[in-house]
Design a protein around this ligand. Structure first.
Ligand code: PLP
Length: 284
């Protein structure tokens, strides 16, 4: 596999980053994951815009213009012959040389790494046909979840808690209300209304979330952006998650409680179809 690191395209075993990199030492960096379908990028502009915002919030220098970033994405898709899969992009505050809590001088070069992961048949995921099962766990993350940092230890632990419980993923709960999934935004459906948490610092502003809510409104579905409890979720007709890598994924069980008849619901299934179709059409 060919990866990108700081201006070079290299075989993955030759790509190197300093041991002093603040991404490595302090999780001082941000990332984006963009899906590839049919060799084209899904929602690239949304991801580029959010990257810029994350960098700005942390005062990390923006390493290049969006057009240059798009070129690197395309070059990696071509060099690695990616038909379906994802591109991971990470920008850290770089490697100043000494470990120090204070940010290094502004001229320190950020470290930029991109690599691809092939996922043949990404849009035809078998899990979308059966739906996934989730548990709820406390949300003990830091307070700026709207910044897409590489600080992913608790989400990783959440996935392990789900695995230990014999299910697929976890939703996080704070002050009795669901914030989001470990790596996705959370939704419930009651009657013909889709409910998902409002934007704020408590959740990541999902790029897939923005697109799906737009498509839902265009399809005359009713959307409420507000917090909901796990109890309300267990009584819902349907539930689902969204993320760049899973698109729209139905949820059929929450904390051992089966939703509806235990099969993916019509709203989630329809939104998945629309999202994949529209995203393919608009892909770069
Ligand atoms: N929430 C969290 C915590 C995430 O990690 C992610 C994606 O990685 C999302 C939501 C979904 O965001 P997006 O749709 O931009 O992939």
């Amino acid at each position: 596999r060919t990866v990108y690191v700081n201006g070079d395209y290299l075989p993955e075993h030759e790509a190197k980053v300093s041991v002093f990199d603040r991404g490595f030492l302090m999780a001082d960096g941000v990332y984006e994951v963009t899906s590839v379908l049919g060799g084209k990028l899904i929602d690239f502009e949304g991801h580029a815009k959010r990257l810029e915002r994350s960098l700005h919030e942390l005062q990390i220098r923006k390493p290049m213009e969006d057009a240059a970033l798009l070129e690197i994405h395309r070059e990696l898709v071509a060099r690695n012959e990616i038909e379906d899969g994802m591109i991971y992009l990470q920008v850290t505050r770089g490697a100043p040389g000494d470990r120090d809590f204070a940010f290094p001088p502004a001229e320190t070069e950020p470290t930029v790494v991109l690599f691809t992961q092939a996922k043949p048949g990404l849009a035809e995921s078998p899990a979308a046909k059966t739906g996934i099962r989730i548990i709820s766990i406390p949300d003990i993350r830091w307070g700026r979840r709207d910044i897409k940092t590489v600080q992913l230890l608790y989400p990783s632990m959440g996935k392990m808690m789900a695995k230990a419980a014999g299910v697929d993923d976890a939703w996080m709960v704070e002050d009795d209300h669901v914030t989001e999934g470990t790596s996705n935004n959370a939704y419930i459906v009651k009657g013909n209304t889709i409910v998902t948490r409002h934007l704020g610092t408590e959740i990541l502003h999902g790029i897939t979330r923005a697109a799906v809510l737009r498509f839902a409104q265009e399809a005359q579905m009713k959307v409420e952006e507000r917090a909901f409890t796990i109890e309300e979720a267990k009584q819902a007709d349907e539930a689902f998650i969204t993320s760049a890598s899973t698109f729209v994924m139905p949820v059929v069980e929450i904390d051992g409680m089966t939703l509806g008849d235990g099969a993916p619901g019509p709203v989630a299934s329809r939104l998945r179809e629309i999202y994949i179709e529209e995203s393919r059409r608009a892909a770069l």
